[in-house]
Write a protein that binds this ligand. Structure first.
Ligand code: G6P
Length: 604
């Protein structure tokens, strides 16, 4: 989704801004632009539809010198993807970049048009540029003009404003869309994600909800929601500088799939050692009687899997809901309920809104399972269980998902201790987790076979994924991966539901992927497999050896490493990730930045 980078420096900043935008490309976007105030006091602007590289080429052909600049990658919400709708938007001397959505933009647009302002785009953002321009006529400073502007805006924004006449400063404001300030020596930066600024600084301060800040070369001044001066502590970033580097891999997605053994080991570090779980850092969860999980997309599938564990292993009632549904319905909160949000980015607008609603509804505690330190969900939740997957660049989530599953197993153990989970089960869980990174490594060894298998999907238009029990959400995740990056329509079904509809779809053109570890449900699953075979379906079964599922006509069986049932959902995710990756490569789609999708969905 949209990305922001800004800089106030003595040196030329165009290359810094362009590099920042490139590092935000993974978020998904359709156009890009930048505006720079040069030494002659002119405001220059370049925008391009399509990739940041097209913008960089334009800037190299027509250089844009100057030490103060703002840049943006846009993911269209209001108005089609086009050069005219790309940011920055300009009004007189003012230029603005904005993430989020201004909900009352139509009313504001009409008011401004009545006052003679001419609009050159269909965006909601352009009203901000005109409003700041108008307020600056009476305000005592650019900061005051932005403060006055934001009282008129309804909706979500992270924005950066510059004034051609005041190249020594930029004003930034945050409400619902993250912004981070980067500290240099004699220069300062701003971005929607610290990853954009890692080549120039490792020292960051995260703005809080409602903050406005003035950023100058020599310092920053932050003001809170009530326009009162506020301190926002600068911290050293722990994110690796080369997190945005593909290394030997052709795509970020493949790199991130291969990082899973290490990422999972990182998730477990300090939380599992000497064969013991160390869960003290999770705080006291002993009084919890009910768990409500909220998430979107892949994170929602992690939540669905966790429900099987929390109810099945910890013996605690658990509901799971998509954030965009939860936030708009009336729900009943039982006493001693824990709200758990799950999110890679920690910035997903619906999940954040659901958390805020949950606090109003009176959940006893809120906990987030999250991958980004300092993100909004981490800051606004009572407790955070960090997944430590490292930066995930591919839009299709891989290592973030499996580390979420591991973190949720740890949470299950913490909830279950002294409750539904006896010490033998905890021991089983601990042993299973200890072996998990090695098992994931083994599963990656299936890559070449899966690459071959992928050939058989590339020409298909539909695919079905089947699983039962805690493998049903894994089938859903497999189907989501395939549709996200290869654009093949894919659906997942709990295999027991086959005869209630999807069997009608089965023919030779419909590949059916089945996840079949050896567990209590495998005999039932075998019957489901027969139901499909009897109707001429072509099956691809990932099966535990002990499940004794033999290859037959129309049925390929790929043996999976043996593992404890508890961790099977994590392990069986791997071949499905690899399958979707190879199908997408064969089809030639944009694996890391699939069309129309964004990595971090910061608008509703
Ligand atoms: C987008 C991403 C998905 C992700 C979902 C939720 O749709 O493309 O990969 O699962 O958002 O994001 P979150 O950051 O909250 O996990």
């Amino acid at each position: 989704m949209c990305g922001i980078v800004g800089a106030v420096a003595q040196r030329d900043v165009a290359d810094i801004l362009l590099e920042g935008l490139k590092r935000l490309e993974y978020r998904g976007y359709d156009s890009a632009g930048l505006a720079i105030i040069n030494g002659a006091g002119e405001l220059t602007r370049t925008r391009r539809l399509g990739k940041v590289q097209a913008l960089a080429d334009a800037v190299h052909t027509y250089p844009m010198p100057g030490g103060t600049g703002i840049a943006h990658t846009r993911w269209a919400t209001h108005g089609e993807p086009s050069e005219a709708n790309a940011h920055p938007h300009v009004s007189g001397d003012i230029a603005v970049v904005h993430n989020g959505i201004i909900e009352n933009h139509e009313v504001l647009r009409r008011q401004l048009q009545a006052q003679g302002y001419v609009f050159t785009s269909q965006t909601d953002t352009e009203v901000i540029a005109h409003l700041v321009e108008r307020e600056l006529k009476t305000a005592s400073s650019l900061l005051d003009a932005v403060m006055a502007t934001r009282t008129q805006l309804h909706g979500a924004y992270g924005m950066v404003v510059v004034d051609r006449k005041q190249p020594e400063r930029m004003i930034v404001a945050r409400s619902g869309s993250p912004l981070v300030i980067g500290f240099g020596i004699g220069e300062h930066f701003v971005a929607s994600d610290q990853l954009a600024l890692l080549p120039v600084t490792r020292k960051f301060a995260f703005l809080e909800e409602g903050d406005v800040a003035e950023i100058r070369r020599d310092g920053i001044s932050v003001y809170d929601l009530n326009n009162q001066p506020a301190e926002r502590e600068a911290q050293e970033s722990t994110v690796e500088h080369d997190a945005g580097d593909k290394g030997e891999f052709r795509h970020y997605m493949l790199k991130e799939i291969y990082e899973q053994p290490q990422a999972i080991a990182n998730t477990l570090e300090g939380r599992l050692f000497n064969g013991q779980l160390n869960l003290e850092a999770l705080g006291d969860l002993s009084g919890i009687e009910q768990v409500q999980i909220i998430a979107c997309g892949t994170s929602y599938h992690a939540g669905m899997t966790a429900r099987y564990w929390i109810e099945g292993l910890a013996g605690i009632a658990c509901n799971v809901e998509i954030a965009s549904e939860f936030r708009y319905r009336k729900s009943v909160v039982r006493p001693n309920s824990l709200l758990v949000t799950i999110s890679q980015s920690g910035e997903t607008a619906d999940t954040l809104a659901a958390l805020r609603l949950a606090k109003e509804l009176g959940f006893s505690k809120t906990l987030t399972v999250c991958n980004v330190p300092g993100s909004s969900l981490v800051r606004e939740s009572d407790m955070a269980l960090m997944t430590r997957a490292g930066a995930e660049i591919g839009v299709a989530s891989t290592k973030a998902f499996t580390t979420q599953l591991v973190a949720l197993l740890l949470l299950t153990a913490a909830l279950g201790r002294g409750r539904g989970m006896d010490s033998a089960t905890e021991k089983r869980l601990t042993d299973a987790l200890t072996h998990l990174p090695g098992l994931i490594d083994k599963a990656l060894g299936m890559n070449a076979d899966i690459q071959q298998l992928a050939e058989r999907f590339a020409e298909k238009h539909h695919a079905l994924f089947l699983g039962r029990g805690d493998q049903y959400p894994i089938a859903m995740e497999g189907a989501l991966k395939l549709k996200e990056i290869s654009y093949i329509h894919a659906e997942a079904y709990a295999a027991g539901e086959l005869k209630h509809g999807p069997l009608a779809l089965i023919d030779a053109e419909m590949p059916i992927v089945v996840v079949a570890p050896h567990n209590d449900l495998v005999e039932k699953l075998k019957s489901n497999i027969e139901e499909v075979r009897a109707r001429g379906g072509e099956l691809f079964v990932f099966a535990g050896e002990a499940a004794a599922i033999e290859p037959q006509s129309n049925m390929v069986v790929l043996p999976m490493p043996a593992c404890d049932d508890i961790i099977a959902p994590v392990l069986y995710t791997l071949p499905l990730q690899l399958l979707s990756y190879h199908v997408a490569v064969i089809k030639g789609t944009d694996v890391d930045q699939p069309r129309n999708l964004a990595k971090s969905v910061t608008v509703e």
